[in-house]
Design a protein around this ligand. Structure first.
Ligand code: AMP
Ligand code: ZN
Length: 481
């Protein structure tokens, strides 16, 4: 059929931070892309700034698959660093106990945001031996040394390519370039050297340490990613991603350690997404200008609405977060859902086949736009143009049941990437906030929180709905229908 445009013939071009050029993705192993994405430090709940990066990586992952590749994606979970250790000590629990709720919350949030699961989520504490082995290798090859404080450092002077990603020169590097560097400062030969193994300090680390040939301690943050990426994906990978703040020093250090060990290029492509900002400043825990996904769900927004907000701006453009922006995302989703509903409800109109050329044009434009460094705006515009044209045909009675099914199939194809559309007929009368209020009321009743349950019932009534008990549980129906 005409609407079967073959998007796997389109080549995927991505902006490689290392070369500052758009390059065609050509996996090292046939059709199989191996991608490493820096994951969360699970010392607290992630904020939606973090999730902007993960949503970008999800868009990349899905586009890679849409264009006919296979993928193995690895995302690390940093479960040991200064913050997790401090948290565990303050609460007087083990590191594992301390990080568990945040780790669980992270996966719940991924699901709420419809972020597809990576193939592997290695936790740093499970790969300490691999990290120790890597340090040994770096020591043997003369790239690492033990400082006066017993910590092991990487000597960046020994790695002439240092700065190749961020295009910095060695003599421009200063101490305190980031919080992470600052917290890793010890007695080292050169201020810009970074820690590979952080020597144990009883006052700071309590009982949390690992044994190694260099004494008790724990691995440095940068080393975690190198060791796990190489262990799981091989010495040279196709794509490595993260937020733009990860580029220096984190990714620069990853390159230095990995390439010093293997003597090979660490990653063929580097992709960095721009930040989610609030009033011109990066959304971050330290500035306190952050929203967690949970806080937005509590306000009645859905994961899909937040996903759409994070998705709709190109990853290389900063995205200014506002609640008005989220409201606009909500309305855009309503438009998509309303259109699908119109297609699902078609029972008059003739099958003229006129939708065919509209659909194939839309798929082509969608695929070509995404293949151009994930150019999301024209990709979304292709969907809205298609909706407008199909609506006109519909108004003229030129879309029958079969045509409508073809339109729905194409919308599902788009949704395999954007994953925000509802294809359920039931969504026709029940807005998301009412459905959510119902679910929260069921929960409140379970917990015998009658006051909250009554409040939620009143909210549902105010929205023009009533609650009905059915054999399969409580449902909401439009009042007076
Ligand atoms: P962290 O837990 O701080 O290591 O951050 C995890 C991921 O979130 C990294 O890839 C960061 O680059 C990214 N990130 C942190 N803050 C923001 C933000 N405001 N906007 C976009 N990405 C962010
Ligand atoms: Zn990393």
């Amino acid at each position: 059929m005409e609407d079967q445009y073959d998007q796997t013939q389109v080549s995927l071009k991505l902006l490689n931070t290392a070369t500052r050029k758009k390059e065609t993705l050509q996996p090292i192993q046939g059709n199989h892309v191996r991608m490493y994405t820096c994951g969360p430090t699970v010392y607290d709940y992630a904020h939606i700034g973090n999730f902007r990066t993960y949503v970008f990586e999800d868009l990349l992952r899905r586009t890679i698959k849409f264009l006919g590749f296979e993928i193995t994606q690895v995302m690390n979970i940093t479960d040991v660093d200064d913050k997790t250790i401090k948290g565990a000590i303050n609460k007087d629990v083990s590191l594992e106990e301390y990080v568990k709720p945040y780790k669980d919350a992270f996966f719940e949030d991924l699901d709420s945001l419809h972020i597809e699961r990576a193939e592997k989520y290695p936790a740093a504490t499970e790969y300490v031996q691999e990290m120790v082995d890597m340090i040994q290798d770096l020591m043997n090859k003369g790239f690492a040394y033990q400082g006066a404080d017993k910590s092991i450092y990487f000597s960046i002077q020994k790695f002439p390519n240092y700065g190749c990603l961020s295009h910095l020169k060695l003599d421009e590097l200063k101490t305190g370039a980031s919080e992470r560097v600052a917290s890793d400062e010890y007695d080292k030969d050169n201020v810009a050297d970074f820690v590979l193994w952080k020597a144990y300090d009883e006052d700071r680390d309590g009982k949390i340490y690992w044994d190694s040939p260099y004494g008790k301690g724990r691995p440095g943050w940068h080393l975690e990613c190198s060791a796990m990426a190489m262990k799981m994906l091989g010495e040279t990978i196709d794509i490595h991603c993260g937020g733009v703040d990860n580029m220096f020093p984190h990714h620069e250090n990853e390159i230095a350690q990995s390439e010093a060990c293997s003597g090979k290029k660490f990653s063929n492509m580097w992709l960095h997404s721009e930040h989610l900002i609030v009033d011109g400043k990066k959304m971050s825990k330290s500035l306190g200008n952050f929203y967690t996904l949970r806080s937005l769900l509590e306000k009645g927004y859905t994961g899909k609405q937040v996903r759409y907000l994070l998705l709709q701006t190109h990853y290389k453009t900063q995205l200014n977060f506002t609640l008005e922006g989220l409201e606009a995302a909500k309305h855009s989703l309503q438009r998509l859902d309303d259109f699908v509903l119109r297609m699902l409800n078609i029972n008059t109109g003739s099958d003229t086949g006129e939708v065919g050329s509209i659909l194939s044009q839309a798929i082509k434009s969608f695929a070509v736009s995404l293949a151009d460094d994930l150019n999301i705006s024209p990709a979304l515009a292709a969907i809205y143009d298609m909706i407008r044209e199909v609506n006109i045909l519909c108004d003229d009675g030129k879309v029958g049941i079969n045509d409508a099914q073809r339109v729905i199939d194409v919308m599902k194809k788009f949704d395999s990437i954007i994953d925000v559309i509802s294809f359920e007929k039931v969504s026709e009368h029940v807005p998301n906030e009412v459905q959510q209020a119902l679910e929260r009321r069921i929960e409140a009743r379970k917990n015998k929180d009658w006051a909250a349950a009554d409040q939620l019932r009143d909210f549902i009534h105010d929205q023009g709905f009533v609650i009905e008990d059915t054999p399969s549980g409580a449902v909401v129906k439009k009042a007076g229908v």
